[in-house]
Design a protein around this ligand. Structure first.
Ligand SMILES: Cc1cc2nc3c(=O)[nH]c(=O)nc-3n(C[C@H](O)[C@H](O)[C@H](O)COP(=O)(O)OP(=O)(O)OC[C@H]3O[C@@H](n4cnc5c(N)ncnc54)[C@H](O)[C@@H]3O)c2cc1C
Length: 432
């Protein structure tokens, strides 16, 4: 079905949110055109294959329990490769493996003897897992948890400073890119629930395979890449189109902002609308290395709990997904978050080499690291401090014809983006 005025619904942005919105609208028979500034689809979920190495644009994982996202993916065809449900904690030359022994009983012994966390905290961790699993996702985001920080929530549950700083800070650095634990406790519970309800995986073809698969569900020609929108066009108090960087104007039945929050705010400002977008960002930098012998072997995520850590977390990707490198090579991802992510390339590289060797207690010579890529993603997730959800943007943007499809409608995650896209599509289908 074509839209009444013959123009397509124009979606700006081909990340998860924009692609999900496009899939839903097209499935309902609407004409859709997706405009993407980058040379390829995927937004923050992209991969480049270079010299037989699968390089994700920043280290990222998928939780298979994400209920909305999984409806838009064919897991079987993605050849998902599982991480161990465990974290290997490196601190002051000591190593501990803290695992989810309910998900994988083989982790029980290592977890019991792990010295990084005392027995009381291990039991509290188990109770927290059970607590999070019993909640619904909506419960996780209820006012009860949304208004307090992760740090305060953990304190209230009896966790002490050593386990908060020595385990939760690097663990949530690895997942939420926030070692300060200032993020709302809702996100902690949501993440714990997702960890407990399913697997943590990467597709064999790289994280970008997720968005490539979504885009392949759209009719050919639906997405135009390398096509940046400069401004919105308003006629008689209604958004009627978009103006591209080269000044071309495209008419639209409706316009959907499916960009990151800062870009959405800029586009809305082009027609005098102020969107209540989250202001703060959490960034990260991932360095990729091949290795003669990986200092951080195995399928667990390695956490750097040393006080002077520059690298927050790291993984030997080819131990999880051998397809990440051809010819039997080893590929490692090491990620810095927060202020260290802004250090210059040479300083980060030197720190990563030093810290990876130290985490695994091997010499730099033996590891034989060679840097093959470095990805900076200053806007990886938006900040989600206590109370942020009370001020999150709505789907309707305050002018006829303009809509918002975004992670900001739910949470800064793959699931949040899928929900944002789906919610926007449903609202448009209902209203037009
Ligand atoms: C390194 C990293 C690690 C992460 N780790 C995890 C994780 O482990 N688990 C998890 O759930 N989430 C993780 N995330 C977050 C997750 O990737 C995002 O929440 C999600 O991808 C956001 O999708 P989106 O569609 O809302 O936005 P985006 O992916 O940002 O898509 C927006 C698109 O809009 C385009 N655009 C912007 N302006 C314009 C314009 N003017 N004209 C045309 N196009 C425009 C952009 O180019 C982009 O493609 C991580 C993110 C990063 C970067």
């Amino acid at each position: 079905m074509s839209t009444p005025d013959g123009h397509p619904i124009v979606i700006i942005g081909a990340g998860v949110a924009g692609l999900v919105a496009a899939i839903e609208l097209q499935a309902a028979g609407r004409a859709v055109l997706v405009l993407e500034a980058a040379p390829d689809v995927g937004g923050r979920v992209r991969t480049t294959v270079h010299d037989g190495l699968v390089i994700d644009h920043g280290f990222q994982v998928l939780f298979t329990a994400y209920p909305t996202l999984r409806r838009y993916l064919d897991f079987d065809r993605l050849a998902l490769r599982k991480f161990l449900p465990a974290a290997r904690i490196a601190r002051d030359g000591q190593l501990s493996l803290i695992g989810d022994a309910i998900a994988d009983p083989g982790l029980l012994l290592d977890t019991i003897v792990a010295r990084a966390i005392g027995i009381g905290d291990k039991l509290r961790l188990l109770a927290l897992r059970r607590f999070a699993q019993q909640l619904s996702i909506d419960d996780c985001f209820s006012a009860r948890f949304a208004g307090i920080s992760t740090r305060d929530f953990l304190r209230a549950r009896g966790f002490g400073t050593p386990v908060i700083d020595g385990f939760f800070a690097p663990f949530y650095g690895g997942i939420l890119l926030d070692r300060t634990l200032a993020t709302s406790a809702s996100i902690l519970l949501f993440t714990f629930k997702m960890l407990a309800d399913g697997d943590t995986v990467v597709p064999a073809g790289g994280i970008g395979a997720l968005t490539q698969q979504m885009a392949a569900r759209l009719t050919p020609g639906t997405v135009r890449t390398a096509c940046a929108v400069r401004a919105l066009v308003v006629t008689d108090g209604r958004v009627t189109g978009v103006r591209l960087r080269d000044d071309t104007v495209l008419d639209a039945a409706q316009v959907v902002l499916a960009t990151d929050a800062p870009s959405a705010a800029t586009l809305a400002r082009s027609i005098g609308i102020s969107l209540p977008e989250p202001a703060g960002a959490r960034g990260c930098t991932t360095l990729y290395y091949t290795a003669r012998a990986t200092p951080i072997p195995g399928k667990a995520l390695w956490l750097n709990a040393n006080a002077d850590a520059v690298i927050s977390h790291a993984a030997t990707l080819t131990d999880v997904a051998p397809e990440y490198a051809t010819n039997g090579r080893t590929l490692i991802a090491a990620t810095a978050v927060g202020a260290p992510a802004d250090l210059d390339d040479a300083t980060l590289d030197a720190a990563a080499r030093r810290e990876l060797a130290r985490m695994g207690n091997v010499s730099a010579e033996r590891a034989g690291l060679e840097r093959v890529a470095l990805w900076r993603v200053p806007y990886s997730q938006f900040e989600q401090p206590p109370g942020w959800r009370e001020h999150r943007p709505g789907i309707a943007c305050g002018m006829h014809g303009l809509w918002r499809a975004s992670e900001t409608l739910h949470s800064s995650s793959l699931e949040g983006a899928a929900r944002g896209g789906e919610m926007a599509a449903k609202a448009i289908l209902h209203a037009t």
